[in-house]
Design a protein around this ligand. Sequence first.
Ligand code: NAI
Ligand code: 13P
Length: 333
Amino acid sequence: MNKVAVIGAGSWGTAFAIVLADAGNEVTLWARREELAQAITTSHENPDYLPGIELPATISATSDVAAAMAGAEVVVFATPSQTFRENLGQWAEHVPEKAVMVSLMKGVELGTLERMSEVIAEVTGAGPERIAVISGPNLAKEIARREPAASVVACADESVAKWLQDMCHGPAFRPYTSTDVVGCELGGAYKNVVALAVGMAVGLGFGDNTTASVITRGLAETARLAVALGANPLTLMGLAGLGDLVATCSSPLSRNRTFGEKIGQGMTTEEIYASTRQVAEGAKSCSSLRALAEKHGVDAPIATAVDLVVAGKITAQDMIQAFIARDTKAETD
Ligand SMILES: NC(=O)C1=CN([C@@H]2O[C@H](COP(=O)(O)OP(=O)(O)OC[C@H]3O[C@@H](n4cnc5c(N)ncnc54)[C@H](O)[C@@H]3O)[C@@H](O)[C@H]2O)C=CC1
Ligand SMILES: O=C(CO)COP(=O)(O)O
C-alpha cells in the first residue's frame, strides 16, 4: 500500500482518488474548503463535485496541505493550471523530499507558455525522475462511476512510470506507460481547445461532418506543435492524443465542449464564466497554445480562431467560415 496525497478535491482530483483507493493505496485528498474536507471524510461523498458517488473509506480529506502531504510517496496535483504556479509556491515546502509529483492538469500557462511539468520543475527544483503526468480519455464522472477506461502515465524515467502504473492499475482503470511527457501534456491541453471549437460548431447547429472535420484537423494541428517541441508523433495517435480528443469532443460531460456550445448558441465568455464554477482549461490555453505555436513557427488555425472567439473578437460563425475559406493545401502538409 502506497501513501498518496491528491491535491485538489474537484471533479478529477476526487475521481482519481477513487482510482488510487480502488487500486489499494492510502489516499489523502486536500480540499481548499474545510467544510468540503469534513464532508468527504465523514459522509464519504464529495457533494459539490461528484454528488451521489460513494467514496472508498480509505480516502480521507483535509484542508491542511502539510497534513495531506506528510509521509506521501506520491503527490498528485489536480487544480486549475493558471493558478498552479502560485499555489505550488505555497505548497512546495511541504512536498516530501523524495516524493514523485504527478500532474493531472491539462493546461499551458499564460505568459510563460510552460506546461505544468515545467512549472513543477521550476518551482520545486525536482529532477525529471520525480515529475510525471497522467493523461487520457478520462472524463471524471465516468471514472468515478468505475466505467472502464485507459490512460497514459508519462515520466522521463521509465521505471518511475512503471511504478506509478502499478500504483493506479485498478479494476476499471488501465494505465499505459510512456516517456513522452511533452506529447502527453500537449495532447491533453490541445484537445480542450479543439473541444471548444467542436462545441461551437454543435452550438451553431452543425452535425457530425463538421465536428469530425474539426476533430481531425485539430489532431493534425496538435501533432504539428507537439512534434516541433520534441514529442513522439505516435503519442498523439494514442490515448493522450486521439483518445482524449475523441472523448472530450464527443461528450456532453466535457466542460470545454459545453463552454464552446454555449458560445455557439450566442452566450458571451463572461456570461459563461458567471454560470459555472468548474474549470474549462481550453478557454485560457487557447491563448497560450496559440502563442506557443507562433513562437515555434507552427501553423495553428484552430487555436488562433478559438482564441479570437473566446476574446469576443470574432463570432463562432466567423470561425467556421474562416476554416473553410483558408488557402487550400495538401492534407499532410
Ligand atoms: N474533470 C475531468 O474530467 C478532468 C479534468 N482534468 C484536468 O484536471 C484539472 C482539474 O480539473 P477538475 O478537477 O475537473 O476541475 P474542477 O473545477 O472540478 O475542480 C478544481 C479544483 O481546484 C480547486 N481550485 C480552484 N481554483 C483554485 C485556486 N485558485 N487555488 C487552489 N485550488 C483551486 C477547486 O476548489 C477544486 O477543488 C484541470 O487541469 C483539468 O483540465 C483532467 C482529466 C479529466
Ligand atoms: O480532460 C477531460 C477528459 O479526459 C475532461 O474534459 P473537460 O475538462 O472538458 O471536462
